[in-house]
Design a binder for this molecule. Structure first.
Ligand code: 5GP
Ligand code: MG
Length: 180
């Protein structure tokens, strides 16, 4: 798996430093807020697990999965709820945990949904922020690292379902795509 990587952008140590810093900040900001942490499947699982372990507060965890609709070969740009939350968000301080925010489409969809369901507050923590990709007006309240407009894998990010378990964030060799 490691042989398929062209370059490493963020090492395991970089990731640890970023999650340490974020967890400290969130521990401060959410101390008395009893947040409901919403992990966006599947990519945000690694980040979420690291974060909740490092956050020294009372918090609950739930999962949601959203996926892009594919009509034929092209994405229609519509999003579909694949797996819903188990918990009621009404009156809760919700903290969305994402792997990466690119266009912002997924985040916009989630924020609108949780607002409609009566969440008291909604904020987002994302391991990666790709600001150049933004097409929707959403703000990432807490981010681990800013990333360039490239296709990345590792620390939750996949290519065809693989490479999520790389302990660092990197770029695939072009030959990996060309083989497909
Ligand atoms: P958005 O809705 O903000 O455009 O993108 C959200 C989703 O697109 C992410 O949760 C992730 O699944 C995917 N995505 C965006 N950029 C990348 C990337 O560089 N690599 C991978 N593997 N997925 C990405
Ligand atoms: Mg995601």
């Amino acid at each position: 798996m490691n042989n398929d990587i062209e370059k490493v952008l963020f090492t395991k140590e970089d990731i640890e430093a970023a999650t340490d810093r974020l967890a400290k900040q969130l521990t401060k900001d959410y101390r008395d807020k009893n947040p409901l942490i919403v992990c966006v499947l599947t990519g945000a699982v690694l980040f979420t697990v690291d974060m909740i372990e490092k956050m020294d507060i009372m918090a609950q965890l739930d999962f949601i999965d959203v996926s892009t609709y594919f009509g034929g070969t092209e994405s229609t740009g519509n999003l579909k709820l694949i797996h819903d939350l188990n918990k009621d968000v009404r009156g809760r301080n919700v903290l969305i945990m994402e792997d990466i925010v690119d266009s912002g489409h997924t985040l916009k969809f989630l924020i609108d949904l949780l607002k409609e369901r009566g969440a008291k507050s909604i904020k987002t923590a994302s391991m990666m922020d790709k600001p150049e990709g933004r097409e929707y007006d959403v703000s990432v309240d807490y981010y681990g690292v800013r990333v360039p407009n490239e296709f990345l894998v590792g620390y939750g990010l996949d290519y065809k379902g693989y490479y999520r378990n790389l302990p660092y964030i990197g770029v695939l060799k072009p030959s990996v795509y060309q083989e497909d």
